[in-house]
Design a protein around this ligand. Sequence first.
Ligand SMILES: O=C(O)CCC(=O)C(=O)O
Length: 402
Amino acid sequence: METVPRVDGAIPGFPYEEYFAQSRPVIVTGVVDRWAACRKWTPQYLRSVFAETLVPVGIARSGHFRLDPSRSELEHPREMVPFDAYANYVEGGAGASGWHYYLQRLPLPDYCPALLADVGVLPFVAPERLSSQNLWFGPGGSCTALHWDDYDNAFVQIRGRKHFALFAPRDSPYLYPSPALSHAPHQSRVNIDHADPLEFPDFSRAERCTCVLEAGELLLLPTCWWHQVTSIDTSISVNYWWKADLESLLTSNVAHMMREIGRGGTLTVLKPFLAKVHGGTSFMDAAIRAERAGQHWMCVMLALAAIEEFVIVEARRIGALDGQYVMSLDVGTVGRRLAGVLTREDLERLDAAVACAHRTREMPLEQVSADDALFMIDHATAIVKQPVKVGAISADRGGALD
Ligand SMILES: O=C(O)CCC(=O)C(=O)O
């Protein structure tokens, strides 16, 4: 089993961005240990600052916190609890009642902006890309189940230790994600501590990488890395999520979702996902960027999404789609209702592009050729007169990641 490397970050010009660009997790020492938070923050200190502020605390029977794929929420509803009472519970030794409580990803700017004065600035996080800064506070044994996020992550351990089990994005086929159109497509169905080999026979092929993050250390966790996180002691952490580059999201995690969604219908449901990506402007732009990055499978699927979206938007505009459930329609058929928008030549291109994309969808990512990618760009560019920008269409069905 591999471990995550530790590097000393206290050198001028430390190459933070390279670790994200190359999708390599790393523990950085000698940086965040200088933050005031690492000196000041204890359960008692947090209690004095938050006082009776109500905070949403997660509840689980076992200490294992999982999302319910049908609700985009934890398996048990969170409870609003006064912070001071929760801090008493953490300090008093959890678990007496058989229930386990964990304060997960509490947005600090919303709940306690005063605490932000104690954390430093991360020079590699551009303010316009920052999505959230969250507090994680709980007793030993709190475990956030295996999942991946569509943001880059800087995870700062302030107090106590946390154990991380990581899997690279390429291991997604062995990690059995929840269904792509569920509310937790980024969560694994496998309990990695007691995996059932009959239910999840390929799990043993996944290569686990582990580490224990100590107080005063910073873990750089690039987007799409699967992680399960377990507090070893009473633990206080802060994490930063920010918009990842489009190219680093075009991984087998997203391919798995696209394949599953594409088998049942159109890919336009992935639009909210695109909106969370740095540089994600339209499916067409994304397809072109994927082609430039040599990600041919992704290019083909994104070009198909651009075509599907254009056909749906145009069909709605001229009233040819009333009441039809967009998720499962056949774009070839709908395209034929677009007289005046699509020419006969466009329709021939549409059929050829859909056939190419459906064939590609079932292929391993690395086997798709540059010719197929260019064929799709060419056809999509001809069909899609005006790429639909992010935010211009609302998807009919959720499925975007939290
Ligand atoms: O600390 C935890 O419990 C989970 C952290 C996590 O999942 C994250 O930062 O993405």
